[in-house]
Design a protein around this ligand. Sequence first.
Ligand code: ATP
Length: 442
Amino acid sequence: MTADSDGLMKKLVSLCKRRGYVFPSGEIYGGLQSSWDYGPLGVELKRNIESKWWEYMVSTRSNVTGMDTAIITHPRVWEASGHLEHFHDPLVDCLKCKSRFRQDHVRGNVCPDCGGELTEPRDFGLMFKTSVGAVEDDSSIVYLRPETCQSIFVNFRNVVTATRMKLPFGIAQTGKAFRNEITARNFVFRSREFEQMEMEFFCRPGEADRWFDYWTEERLRWYAELGIREENLRIRRHEESELAHYAKACVDIEYTFPFTGDGWGELEGIANRTDYDLRAHMNASGQDLSFHDQASNEKIVPWVVETSGGIGRTFLAVLLDAYREETVEGRERVVLGLHRDLAPIKVAVLPLSRKLSEQAEEVFRMVSPHFPATFDVTGSIGKRYRRMDEAGTPFCVTLDFDSLEDGAVTIRERDSLDQVRVPISTLVEKLTKIMERGWPEG
Ligand code: ATP
C-alpha cells in the first residue's frame, strides 16, 4: 500500500465513523478485530445497494425469482457441496513476529510485515462450526453458511414446483455469510461476517457459455449504474489453474481498491458451475433434482451460471469512488459524491437561522414522506452544508428570511453547488423530477 492509498483509507474509515457510516464493533470493549457495525447512514447505504441489486436482478426480470434461506444449514449440505473437503485456506505463520497470513496473499516465503521466515502452509478450515440443541456432540454439529448459494441448489425442486418456471431461469438471494478468514483486514473488504448478493441461473448445458457472457456484461453494467467510474472497474478472467473445483470458467469484476497488491481487488465472481452442485446434491441425497421439460419430455440436469457479489465490497467501492477533497470558494471541503439513488439522506432541510425553525420544519414535513430527509438547525449554514457534503446528501433546501415574503426556498446541489429558487408549493414536484432525471432537470 502506498502512503497515498494508506492515507485515503484512513480518511475514509475516519469519515465513516464521524458521519455514522461504519463503527468498529464492540468499540467500548476495545473492538473486535475485523468486525464492523453499520451506523445510521451505513445501514441506509447498504439497504440502497441491496435494493438496487434486487430491482436489477429480480423485480425487473420475469425469469428470475428470489428466496431467503436459513443461515444455520443442514451439515450434509456442506459435505455434498465439497466445502468440508475443499473450503480451506493455506495458513502460514511468521517464525519471527508470529503474524499469520494466507499463503496465496504473500510473495515468496518471507513475512511481509518483518521479513522473517514463514512456516510451511497448513490447511485452515474456513467454516464456522457450532452446535444445535442442549447436548454438544458430533451429531449436533452444524455450520454457519459460508455462501448463500448452496441453499438455492438444495431448494431447486421446491422452487420449480412452486413457480412452474421454465429453463432458463434464475434464483437469487441476499444475506449473511460467514468465513473464519485467516487475515480479515482492509475494513469491510474482508470480514468474517459479511453479506452476499447471489444469483444462480439454471440453463440447458449447451447454453451456459452464452449466459456466462450475458451475465458478465449485465453485472458490470450494474456497477457502472451505481455511479462507479468505469475506468475503476475491470473484468479479469481466471486462468485454468486458478479455477475452483466446480467451475468451468470464471471471471471476477474488480475495482481499483487502494490496498491490493496489483491495485485491483474482487468485487464479484461470475462462474460457470456446470451441473456440479445439482449432481452433488442428487448423489448425496438420493433425490431427483433434474428438470422435466414437458415440451420435449426430456429430463435435464441444468447447468448453472452464478453471479456472486458482496454488499460490503460494493459499499466500500462506492464510498472510495465517491470520496473527494476540493477547494471551493476558497474553502476546503470533503465530499461524498454518491449517486442520488444510493445517498442515505437525499434532502436536508436547513433554516438559515434558528428563528426560521418553525417554517422550515413545515417544509421538512412536506418533503419527508417522499424522500429520505433530515432537518438540521445546528451551527452556521456553511458548517451544515459541509456536514451534508461529507454525508453525501445530494440536495439541501434552505429557507431564508425572504422565504417568509416570497414563499420560496433554495435548492442547492452538492457537486455543482448550483442553486435554484422554487416556490414551496411546487418543491416536492420539483425534487421528484430532479430525482428521476438528475440535476438541473425539473
Ligand atoms: P477472495 O478471493 O477475495 O477471498 P472469494 O473468491 O473467496 O474472495 P467468493 O467465494 O467468490 O469470494 O465470494 C463471492 C463474493 O463474496 C466476493 O466477490 C466478495 O464480494 C464477497 N466476499 C467473499 N468473502 C468475503 C469476506 N471475507 N468479506 C467480505 N466480502 C466477502
